[in-house]
Ligand binder design. Structure first.
Ligand SMILES: [Cu+2]
Length: 162
């Protein structure tokens, strides 16, 4: 089979470009410590209400024995439960959220809190809310006809009142 010299040259250039791009991506990922999520926790979404952590009585903000805060929530068509939560400002909070039905997303505008809530897994986010005020938790993954109305309240309060 005859391959023209110019064509051969461009085949090698395209192969070289592929390796250069892969190298740049690898260096950037390693240098910036970017990696796929790890340590996922599976959970049976159909039995959330029977699990200890995600039963109705255990939802909301809790202070752990070591003084840290954990906010446990359930996302279900069409709301986040509990529907009103209060967290202290400038305090690290671990947010653990699970879906009771389909894929949801949770996003709080003007903060860095956003995650997908995939049925069958617990989503965990560690964040600190830097400003006091009333915020809205929004679902940002289309989850059904009521998706537009899927939201709840997040109130970030001064440290002393929590
Ligand atoms: Cu939704």
């Amino acid at each position: 089979m005859h391959i023209d010299q110019t064509e051969k040259k461009w085949i090698w250039i395209s192969v070289l470009m592929t390796f250069v791009m892969m190298g740049v991506l690898t260096l950037y990922a390693v240098g910036s410590n970017i990696h796929p999520p790890s340590g996922f926790e599976p959970i049976d979404s159909t039995r959330l209400h029977l699990s200890e952590e995600f039963s109705e009585d255990n939802l909301g903000l809790k202070k752990n024995d070591d003084g840290t805060l954990t906010l446990t929530m359930v996302a279900a068509r069409y709301g986040f439960y509990p529907s009103k939560v209060e967290v202290p400002v400038n305090t690290p909070v671990k947010i653990r959220i699970a879906s009771a039905d389909v894929l949801h997303g949770v996003h709080v505008p003007y903060t860095n809190f956003a995650t997908m809530v995939v049925p069958g897994y617990i989503s965990e986010v560690n964040t600190t809310f830097m400003k006091t005020g009333d915020f809205t938790l929004l679902c940002n993954e289309y989850c059904g006809l009521g998706h537009d109305h899927m939201w709840s309240r997040l109130k970030v309060v001064p440290k002393s009142s929590s």
